[in-house]
Design a protein around this ligand. Structure first.
Ligand code: NDP
Length: 367
């Protein structure tokens, strides 16, 4: 009861429910929350879950690890001991639906290969659990729509782990765009690529990954172009890169370069690939420019502008994300549109159009 009151007071102070735009406030950097934390279960105990989300859960007062879902029993004992997890809150992919009988688990965080996001988000929603799923939201727009439907029908909340929306450099970029600090933006260019060496990784399997570098890291460039411009693209054109290794890239693309046209006549060009290392964002505006490199990864992110360097705070992105998402998931809170299932769907529709264009020799596809 006392916890419930604390939650309500905190939400009132935060103005939760009106968190429409990404914002970096004191409560995200250092929340003063003393209410009952939300119980969260990590689904899939791989690199991202264990090295990025779990430390953020540990750090954030809003969340407490109360469950795990894994197909690898050897990952259980250490975590069970460290977090005092109850046996009934330790599930695998077959008995996952027993989530419905786990009252200590309020939400799941899906850190599985992309092709499993839809199924495990939908099954969690059907078990009455809130869902945060990693990017890309799913493999296709149809899967995203099914996830949104499942969340709405089961009256649970659904968010996508767009961590850059809570990261100070990227938040500054959004502000530059919104306030036209450098004037109207004419052109944005972004590249995000990494050299993949492991031919066994799930990221090369079409069913598990949905696609190649575009779904893995190209999505950051698309999302950034949208949040800097504050506009949705109206058309795309795209071309596949030459394939470096025909054995390795049998199922998914190696790279893509693409263009997105905005309704105000400005445009974006991007490049993503599994065959080289690059991570850059370049924004050209009427009265100046912004450059960031690294722009999206754990960096540390660095930025420069025609008015001088960007001096934003270097932070652990996922802690800021979990601190910002906490109030959205507390009773009475609302998932902000910019990290909702609808935002994940917007990116996936653009990605589907990019593939449609690349599959048709660069034909212009209207959105
Ligand atoms: P990993 O391969 O490291 O982990 C995935 C985990 O999923 C595995 O460890 C395994 O956990 C579980 N799993 C279940 N079935 C399979 C299967 N058939 N093949 C492989 N793994 C399976 O991947 P990442 O942690 O790098 O990526 C997970 C998700 O997080 C992806 O959607 C990715 O896009 C996203 N991501 C986001 C990042 C960001 O910065 N926002 C950065 C990195 C990844 P278990 O053994 O417990 O069953």
């Amino acid at each position: 009861m006392e916890h419930q009151e604390n939650r309500r007071d905190f939400l009132r102070k935060m103005g939760a429910g009106s968190l429409v735009l990404p914002m970096l406030n004191k409560a995200v950097q250092k929340p003063e929350y003393t209410g009952k934390p939300l119980g969260i279960a990590l689904v899939g105990l791989g690199y991202y879950a264990l090295n990025k989300i779990l430390p953020a859960v540990d750090e954030s007062p809003f969340w407490k690890l109360t469950g795990i879902v894994t197909g690898t029993p050897s990952k259980i004992p250490d975590l069970q001991k460290k977090y005092g997890l109850k046996d009934k809150n330790i599930l695998n992919y077959d008995n996952y639906d027993q989530l419905k009988d786990c009252p200590e688990i309020d939400a799941v965080y899906v850190c599985l290969p992309n092709g499993m996001h839809a199924e495990y988000s939908i099954r969690a929603a059907q078990a009455g659990k809130h869902v945060i799923t990693e990017k890309p939201m799913a493999n296709t727009p149809e899967e995203c729509e099914a996830m949104i439907r499942a969340a709405e029908e089961n009256r649970v909340k659904l968010a996508v782990g767009y961590r850059c929306h809570f990261e100070p450099f990227n938040l500054k970029l959004m502000e530059y765009g919104r306030e036209k600090t450098f004037g109207e933006i004419d052109y944005i260019h972004s590249m995000f690529a990494w050299r993949a060496g492991n031919p066994e990784m799930w990221r090369l399997n079409k069913k598990l990954a949905g696609g190649g570098a575009m779904l893995d890291v190209g999505i950051y460039c698309i999302n950034a172009a949208r949040y800097i411009k504050g506009l949705e693209p109206v058309a795309v054109t795209a071309h596949y890169s030459p394939i470096r290794d025909k054995e390795m890239f049998k199922e998914v693309e190696d790279g893509i370069s693409w263009q997105m046209d905005f309704p105000d006549g400005s445009y974006f060009t991007g490049f993503t690939s599994y065959s080289t290392n690059v991570e850059k964002l370049d924004v050209r505006a009427k009265n100046g420019w912004i450059e960031m490199s690294p722009a999206f990864s754990y960096g540390p992110i660095k930025g420069n502008t025609s008015k001088g360097p960007m001096n934003e705070k270097v932070v652990f992105h996922q802690t800021y994300q979990m601190n910002a998402m906490g109030p959205m998931f507390l009773e009475g809170g609302t998932v902000a549109d910019h990290c909702s299932g609808y935002e994940g769907l917007r990116d996936m529709k653009i990605i589907a159009a990019i593939y449609e264009s690349a599959n048709d020799a660069g034909k212009k596809v209207r959105l």
